[in-house]
Write a protein that binds this ligand. Structure first.
Ligand code: ADP
Length: 319
């Protein structure tokens, strides 16, 4: 394989740049030409493609977002759209592709692999919802953004003796909420995997109120529902003064943490190794601090599971 491409697709996450840098430099190290595809699969269809050199990825390891931009492409979901994408791959002589993104992006990668254009997926999403890896690129940074915000909210919650519902991202996964809740000593955590525990949250708040506790933090994963709605329900049920903060897209930005930069560098380089070794349709990951790779179809079939022990621990520590 002499020419490969790299793109970022779907939701962005801090550390994607570090992954792009690793892909480009590792490929060049092995005398392979690398092409950056801008705006995800839509850019591939449109031929928005440029050759990358060592300098083109300089000074980006510390930057959030993605220098290749990202997009969602409905056209790529169609057979005709993918044919156009393949024409561009042929035009540039790109033989294999590294796709940095989430599960949606991996579905696209699987389709290209089936057509004879080997793809390797690199899990880049703040949600930590990709099976086959303990961590996804961007999760640690998002988590740190969340705990910094909650620390600040706790100061004012304590001063004013209020209950705060903090809505965090994570799509259908509760990882950000669970880890942030544990790291912040939140009084309660509500995650989609255990969404039926709302009554338990109310009971805990009431017990706390009876003990004279006047401030609480409840971390709510967006997959459970809207913070505003839950804030109102909590207020109605407990009569506690309740405020809601929706952290929103601040969680997607910022300079990646050291952990995310290292993870992105390792996973990006591993993806190049696989492609050059003739592998196709794999997703790289990290499990017990060892680099691993799995069949892309297995990853798409599996469901991400939240750590139940950690969930129980968070409850035990927040009585
Ligand atoms: P993420 O990768 O973050 O999960 P999306 O689910 O939005 O993000 O997927 C990103 C892009 O991947 C989509 O806009 C689309 O172009 C492509 N994609 C997703 N699912 C498919 C599919 N089933 N077939 C082909 N392409 C897909």
């Amino acid at each position: 394989m002499r020419k490969i491409g790299v793109l970022t697709s779907g939701g962005d996450s801090p550390g994607m740049n570090a992954a792009i840098r690793a892909v480009v430099r590792k490929a060049i190290y092995h005398d392979v030409e690398v092409f950056g595809i801008y705006n995800g699969y839509q850019g591939l269809i449109d031929g928005n493609i440029q050759q990358m050199d060592i300098g083109s990825v300089g000074d980006i390891i510390q930057r959030g977002g993605t220098i290749l931009y990202t997009a969602r492409s409905d056209e790529f979901r169609t057979e005709e759209g993918r044919e156009k994408a393949i024409q561009q791959l042929n035009k540039f002589g790109i033989e294999g592709l590294i796709v940095i993104g989430g599960d949606g992006s991996f579905r696209g990668a699987e389709k290209l692999t089936q057509k004879g254009y080997p793809c390797i997926g690199v899990p880049g999403t703040i949600d930590n919802d990709i099976p086959g890896t303990d961590f996804t690129i961007g999760f640690d940074t998002a988590l740190n953004t969340v705990i910094e915000a909650i620390d600040k909210i706790r100061d004012t919650a304590t001063s004013h003796e209020r209950t705060y519902v903090v809505e965090v991202m994570g799509r259908h996964a509760g990882d950000i909420a669970l880890w942030a809740g544990l790291a912040d000593g939140a009084e309660s955590i509500l995650i989609p995997e255990h969404a039926d525990e709302f009554e338990d949250v109310i009971e805990r708040l009431k017990r706390g109120k009876d003990r004279g506790k006047k401030h609480s933090i409840i971390v709510l994963a967006e997959g459970v529902g809207s913070g505003m709605e839950f804030g109102q329900r909590i207020k109605d049920a407990t009569k506690l003064e309740t405020r809601v903060t929706v952290l929103g897209h601040t969680q997607r930005g910022g300079s990646p943490t050291a952990s995310d930069r290292v993870l992105a560098s390792r996973l990006g380089a591993k993806a190049v190794d696989l492609l050059l070794a003739g592998q196709a349709g794999r997703v790289v990951g990290i499990q017990n601090n060892k680099l691993v790779d799995h069949d892309i179809l297995e990853i798409l079939d599996e469901k991400h599971v939240v750590d139940f022990e950690m969930y129980q621990l968070s409850k035990q520590l927040s009585i």
